[in-house]
Design a binder for this molecule. Structure first.
Ligand code: T1G
Length: 712
């Protein structure tokens, strides 16, 4: 028996323990070990029953995702899955009661292994699920055939198309779990297995036959699932594939339905969608590994916090801390500002409550963690302060100078600035080692991305503390360098430059927004600006002009500043790039004024406006992102290309099934990207400068993700 799968007899029951840290993933040796152990137990006279259990903190969290990269063709997948399905049938045909004992997570293949057991017991805090669609695949080990037989098609469809984990009690109610064990799981599972041996009871999920009524209800659920996916699975294939597999299981015998599952799985696992989603799965875990910050760097626990500035961002940040159970002081200059801030926070929680996501009691308890103040009283007790005052350098310097005086020497001093120089704040604070950026994305209490911006002197333990804190806040913390705009907004400047120029050259605001939402972004650039506020960008441009800079090379459109000067800030003023029913309304209509401004801008630049194809809009914008991303990498402001992909997936909703701007560039081929940069340089001007790293990778026939094309 391999170390990965242990076998022992306990109280007359064969106990098979899977021990493949950290999550007992099903690698080929683990599959083989389980197969051998079950066969051994079936033949072992000392065993009257069999229990399958995970070592460590969990049952089996699924197939080893890394293994899918070895499946180069559908045929590879069909061959491997034939073996897996046969193995699971051998398990299911064990001659003695076979019981899965679940704690922690039984996900994907883990739940499928459990479904091939005759019974399933679990601890009350265990979770089960089929999250495969989140990886662009579908359950490939019989889950789409057994789960509907155990839980009914409706629940199976919900679990498989949403990929969410289900708590043990709900799984028991659905018929997936047979018994919840109080106390020691193994002892409970052994006792349960012995009771089934005594009753000579074995139940094979694959032999459960659904009645015609159940099948018809299931087919109705299939139709409802397909209708729902029209909205929720835009541009994705896997959720539709899993519905097709479950439908096949309702219409055909188990073996034929299994073949259909394997065929659909094979299509998915070699798809770009799945490769992109698997890439992001690991990328999200890589971000916490900062090359020069050892894993054992001391990281403090943040128990008390303070936020300076009760505006939109400061209020959202205070909510983020309160939601994590961390008491937080919220300071502003006067009571009126505080009252406005708290009213916004109250409104946000009321919305959350109206959606049933929080009870009134939970809202009160959470809000009680936020203490409004107009002074620095109590700042000497906090572990971190997040500065979220107006995006004005002088005001921020002053704030950091004050914070350097009123906080403990070991307190972290973080700025929520979206673009300004962290080192300036560090200098002003007198404590540069304690200072860094914590750049939240609006709305701060919702968006998961947190750019952790390290200053020249930021200490390693402050970085480590920030990474630990990000997890506690439920954020994805990405460490970035302190260039103008950090990484997210630095690259966004190039995205917006192209959006503005495309408008002046002949595209419309509506066309550009439509094309990018069809590409998969939640909102186009103009809709995004009307939400964030055109005034925010205008003030940053003003500051840049004062220091002789622009956000991106190349022609600067006048239209954003023209709108700002007209007081058209977007939704909040009732007009911006679109017209709105009223200030604060989201109901928008195109505004002919924008076309007039674009005509004037084109005339001023001496260009003839032309119809612009959708494809050009996507190509120009994604090429600008990839080229600037390459610069960010080679200049060392991001540790690796996958950090940039995570930033765009979590900061701007870049469609996950495209993997992020850098992964997407790889799927096009960097030679294509470089050719486009060169073509645009010839057509539009020298500001289209190919990034040296892009040229280097193309010359070497590589992509951002082939070999070590990363900045370490
Ligand atoms: N394969 C390979 N590595 C995995 C893994 C997996 N399935 N799950 C986790 N890891 C690694 C992860 O990369 C990290 O590595 C470490 O384990 C800790 O993970 C056949 C086809 C279980 C809820 O989708 O959701 O089965 O960074 O940081 O926060 O039909 O891991 O330490 O080097 O996430 O405690 C289906 C994926 C697969 C579950 C635990 N299963 N995993 O969360 O730890 S497809 C999944 C998770 C499949 C079958 C189909 C979470 C977790 P490192 P972590 P965590």
């Amino acid at each position: 028996m391999s170390d990965l799968v242990r076998y022992e007899i306990k109280d007359g029951v064969a106990v098979i323990t899977i021990d493949n840290p950290p999550v007992n993933a099903l690698s080929p040796p683990v599959w083989e070990g389980i197969d051998q152990a079950v066969a051994r137990a079936s033949a072992d006279p000392a065993a009257e029953a069999i229990v399958l259990i995970g070592a460590g903190t969990t049952f089996i969290a699924g197939a080893d995702i890394k293994v899918f990269d070895t499946l180069k063709t559908r045929e590879d997948s069909m061959t491997r899955s034939a073996g897996t399905h046969a193995l699971l049938k051998r398990m299911e045909d064990a001659s003695k009661p076979l019981v899965a004992a679940i704690h922690g997570n039984a996900l994907g293949g883990g739940l499928e292994v459990a479904q091939a057991c005759h019974f399933r017991v679990a601890t009350k805090d265990a979770k089960v699920g089929q999250p495969e669609v989140l990886l662009g695949i579908i359950p490939g080990a019989g889950g789409t055939q057994r789960l509907p037989r155990l839980a009914g098609a409706k629940i199976a469809l919900e679990m498989c198309t949403e990929g969410k984990p289900v708590a043990a009690a709900n799984a028991q109610a659905a018929g997936i779990i047979d018994h919840i064990v109080d106390g020691d799981l193994l002892a409970g599972a052994i006792a349960f297995a012995k009771s089934k041996a005594k009753a000579r009871e074995i139940r094979k999920a694959r032999e459960i036959s659904l009645t015609d009524a159940q099948k018809n209800a299931g087919l109705e659920a299939v139709a409802a699932a397909r209708a729902a996916l029209k909205k929720t699975a835009k541009g994705m294939n896997a959720p539709h594939a899993v519905v097709n597999a479950i439908e096949a299981g309702l219409q055909r015998p188990f073996d034929e339905g299994s073949v259909r599952e394997r065929e659909l799985f094979a299509e998915c696992v070699v798809s770009t969608e799945s490769k992109a989603l698997r890439h992001l799965f690991f990328a999200e875990r890589e971000v916490a590994k900062v090359p020069d910050i050892p894993k054992d760097t001391p990281a403090k626990d943040v128990k008390r916090a303070a936020v300076v500035g009760a505006g939109t961002m400061g209020g959202g940040i205070a909510m983020t801390y309160a939601n994590a159970g961390i008491p937080v002081l919220l300071k502003d200059v006067d009571q009126a500002a505080l009252d406005r801030g708290l009213a916004t926070i109250r409104r946000n929680y009321d919305v959350t409550m109206s959606k049933g996501k929080m009870t009134a009691e939970q809202v009160e308890k959470t809000m009680a963690l936020i203490t409004p103040t107009t002074s620095y009283d109590g700042f000497d007790q906090v572990d971190i302060v997040v500065e979220a005052v107006f995006e004005n350098m002088d005001l921020k310097r002053l704030t950091f100078a004050e914070l350097g005086k009123v906080t403990r020497p070991d307190a972290v001093l973080a700025s929520n600035s979206s673009t300004l120089d962290i080192d300036e704040f560090a200098r002003a604070s007198g404590r540069p080692r304690q200072v860094l950026g914590h750049h939240f994305f609006s709305p701060a209490n919702v968006m998961k991305l947190l750019e952790i911006v390290r200053g020249r002197e930021t200490s390693k333990d402050v970085i480590a503390t920030s990474l630990k804190l990000a997890k506690k806040l439920g954020k994805v913390g990405v460490v970035v360098g302190n260039c103008f705009g950090f990484v997210a907004n630095r690259m966004l400047a190039y995205y917006m430059r192209e959006a503005y120029l495309l408008l002046e050259e002949g595209a419309s605001v509506e066309q550009i927004d439509r094309v990018l939402t069809e590409f998969g972004l939640p909102v186009g650039p103009y809709g995004m600006q009307d939400i964030a506020g055109i005034d925010v960008g205008a003030r940053i441009r003003q500051y840049l002009k004062s220091i002789g800079k622009t956000r991106a090379e190349g022609p600067q459109s006048d239209i954003p500043d023209q709108l700002f000067e007209m007081g058209r800030y977007g939704q909040k003023t009732g007009a911006g790039w679109y017209k709105y029913d009223a200030p604060g309304s989201r109901n928008r209509t195109p505004d002919p004024l924008i076309e007039q401004l674009a005509e004037q801008a084109a005339a001023k630049r001496g260009i003839r406006r032309r119809p612009i194809a959708d494809e050009e809009i996507i190509a120009r914008i994604t090429t600008a992102l990839a080229n600037e991303g390459a610069r960010v990498l080679e200049e060392g402001y991001a540790a690796r290309a996958s950090d940039i992909d995570i930033i765009y997936a979590y900061g701007f909703g870049f469609p996950r099934h495209r993997g992020g701007p850098m992964f997407y560039a790889d799927t096009l081929g960097l030679d294509t990207v470089l050719t486009r940069v060169q073509e645009y340089r010839a057509r539009f001007g020298d500001y289209w400068e190919p990034a040296p790293l892009l040229e280097k990778l193309v010359a070497e026939g590589r992509g951002f993700y082939s070999d070590a094309a990363v900045n370490v």
